[in-house]
Design a protein around this ligand. Sequence first.
Ligand code: PMP
Ligand code: GLN
Length: 383
Amino acid sequence: MVQPSFNSKLPELPESIFTTMSMMAKTENALNLSQGFPDFPPDAKLLDCVHEAMRKDYHQYAPLGGIYPLREQIAEKIERCYGASYHPQKEITVTVGATQAIFTAITAFVYPGDEVIVLKPAYDCYEPTIVANGGRPVLVQMKGKEHQVDWDEVAGCITSKTRMIIINTPHNPSGRVFSREEMQLLENMLKGTDILLVSDEVYEHLVFDGLQHESASRFPDLASRSLVCASFGKTFHVTGWKMGYCAAPEYLMKEFQKIHEFAVFCVNHPLQHALTAYLKNPEHYLGLGKFFEKKRNLFIEGIANSRFKLEPTQGTYFQLLDYSEISEESDVQMAERLTKDYGIASIPISVFNKDLVDNRQLRFCFAKKEETLNKAIDILLKI
Ligand code: PMP
Ligand code: GLN
């Protein structure tokens, strides 16, 4: 059979590091602290809401942008947390996780030849989506092991072709939480330009040590050009549900929905009802920072006497560990050896960096039961 020939839209796409490491963890029977997902069940109350919704008559298509009561709950949550007002009907769309929100935001606005500034290390879904749309990712590496953003460098990358900037705070994989000053700098940088912002805020509720999540929606000029993407999967320990949303001003949301309509048309209907009921109690998300801070503290206090070096993560459920005093190996080799020889899987950071820069840091997910964290601590103390 002669296969039709074509040019791949993504010819150089390696296997996702999350797939690689999770599969390695499975075959090696290792503790899996690589891919970011909790190993504990979601709140039983949330599951009750799902059971209730499933028994009702919600088995056919939902409205394109999501059911109105859920969009209302989302708008209230944003207002409560960030003091920003979004119209439930015109400015919020329920999506298949944050991944589809980000995909749709990029696809709606990026034309062939457009440039999109991406801060590295970057979560893996931004660049392929930009490239598949004919855009060109312009990569700006965050500096050193602390992952500081050089905002002057970002400003220096802006050209007449810059269509969009993508940011992610709290930041995966570094755990950095962007400060108010940084967001204001960005706001001023973009003032008067036609540049849009995609703000990936999937870890919005996972912020520690009294820091505050500085959502793009808090800054009026920034919000007026932003598509804010969020994830119920991350927020409610249900990454397998793939439920999320995008919030943006009406003139952007109109375009977003044109792509959303033909990507998915609408999203799982009964789960939207379940989330609506669950969101009515703000404690279900306001307590998450403390919940995960405890887990972070258990983890970092447990390994305080190990040979790894660390800065306590500011947000997300990831902790970076620096192994430079333990080994000269590359982070990819180190992650593989720890999985195979010590039975603990992590994520090497270099794969997210510009030019695969290797700072000898591994990412560990601490969204785990105490029992799992204790096992991880025992292993890490032996390395
Ligand atoms: N952005 C970041 C930074 C992430 O870590 C993830 C992984 N959950 C996503 C987006 C995708 O979120 P979702 O699983 O809701 O598609
Ligand atoms: N967001 C998850 C992480 O950073 C991975 C999601 C995925 O496997 N694509 O670990």
